[in-house]
Design a protein around this ligand. Structure first.
Ligand SMILES: [Zn+2]
Ligand SMILES: [Zn+2]
Length: 406
């Protein structure tokens, strides 16, 4: 069999200095890892030994790697075994090299130069991968692996890093008593205390948990994160076609879960419902979070006194494509900076239901505080519905009718 030996004359002087360092063929050859083609490092090492007049292979454990390459098959088996406990289409194996070995390698490089050398880490990655591949029978993926087995060469233990699964969908919230996401207890910040009855949460459940808990169980994942396209107030319903979201499942041992089954399971809940579930990606999380579509709301409004039907309709029409200025409401000042935001009211339609009760259906720019638009928030929103009507009004119930993202 032909072996590329054109590189040997150039390598010989340095190989001579390395020959008495007590290196194994792998470690000797790896010093010249970038020279010659189609060779493994131990082949390079053996060829150099021969060229140097047949200096004997080392007998002691290699003074660099302590003969770690002898246990490569065992490390590969451990990696394969770990990877096979997880469902994936592809994988990657990485190694955590003993710092002492890495240290010795860099000292040898200091002495002999590292221009042609390959680091031991990359040889170990490759050699373990080569042995593991037939045991695993999945594709090796370098840029976006679904599962990475990190082999610690010191203890021959394997740590798995499983990439998250993302699921896109739209949700409706049918309860005025649950938040969109898990809301940690204000007193204990999630640890569990008397105030939250040990749950660590302000609310017993959330849209996130209604959807995420069954999904986490199906995927055998460790935890879930919820990325919504904005959020509604706790006491607001989310109706119509629902609000887009991406659910992130961390460390799923099963990736290909049945989304129809998940949808059916979630939709047994009376608190939240989902539709249009499909697998998604991290990129879509960013897209969903950055989107700022207009929203259509239905607000049930109570006025402080009798209102005139024509006047209510007139005021509603007067806000068509009108800009309003909203200073941050006091109720959200703890999480948003106090400043004035200009928002557009796209349309308002009114329906008077009684002497002092009416419905408004409003389409507003993303980020509009609808309750404050109606009440005026003591002058912090200008102009407001109350101001133009000349009668103070408050929103009694608010529902999101649609997120206009299509
Ligand atoms: Zn060695
Ligand atoms: Zn608590």
């Amino acid at each position: 069999m032909y072996r590329d030996d054109s590189w040997i004359p150039e390598a010989l002087p340095k190989a001579e200095s390395a020959a008495d360092m007590g290196l194994c063929d792998h470690c000797l050859g790896r010093l010249f890892g970038k020279m010659g083609t189609g060779l493994t490092n131990d082949e390079r090492g053996a060829m150099l030994r021969l060229a140097l007049g047949g200096i004997p292979a080392h007998s002691e454990p290699c003074r660099l790697c302590e003969d770690i390459f002898d246990i490569v098959p065992r490390l590969a088996e451990a990696a394969a075994e770990a990877i096979l406990t997880v469902e994936s289409e592809n994988f990657l194996i990485g190694t955590r090299v003993d710092p002492l070995i890495a240290d010795r390698e860099s000292k040898i490089w200091d002495e002999l130069g590292k221009d042609q050398a390959e680091p031991i880490k990359s040889e170990l990655n490759r050699e373990i991968g080569k042995h593991a591949l037939p045991l695993i029978n999945r594709r090796v993926e370098f840029t976006n692996p679904q599962v990475v087995a990190l082999v610690d060469t010191r203890f021959a233990n394997v740590e798995l890093d499983i990439s998250p699964v993302f699921i896109y969908g739209r949700y409706c919230k049918l309860s005025r008593e649950i938040p969109q996401t898990i809301w940690p207890c204000r007193s204990c910040r999630g640890k569990g205390c008397a105030r939250c009855h040990g749950t660590g949460k302000m609310y017993s459940t959330s849209v996130q948990e209604v959807i995420g808990d069954p999904a986490r169980r199906m995927a055998d994942a460790t935890e879930h994160f919820f990325h919504g396209m904005g959020r509604e107030d706790i006491d607001a319903l989310m109706l119509g076609d629902g609000r887009p979201f991406v659910l992130e499942l961390r460390s799923p041992r099963i990736r290909d879960i049945d989304l129809d089954q998940l949808e059916a399971e979630v939709n047994r809940s009376e608190l939240a419902q989902v539709s249009k579930l499909r697998f998604s990606s991290k990129d879509e999380v960013r897209w969903v979070k950055d989107a700022s579509p207009s929203k259509t709301y239905r607000a049930q409004v109570r006025a402080e006194g009798k209102v005139n039907k024509e006047r209510v309709n007139e005021v509603a029409k007067s806000f068509k494509n009108l800009h309003i200025d909203q200073r941050t409401p006091v109720r959200v000042a703890h999480r948003r900076g106090d400043l004035v935001r200009r928002r557009e009211i796209l349309s308002v339609e009114a329906e008077v239901l009684g002497d002092d009760v009416f419905l408004l259906v409003l389409e507003t720019e993303s980020g509009t505080y609808v309750k404050e638009f109606v009440s005026g928030d003591e002058g912090r929103t200008k102009p407001s519905f109350s101001e133009r009507l000349g009668v103070p009004c408050v929103v009694e119930a608010l529902d999101v009718m649609s997120i206009n993202d299509q």
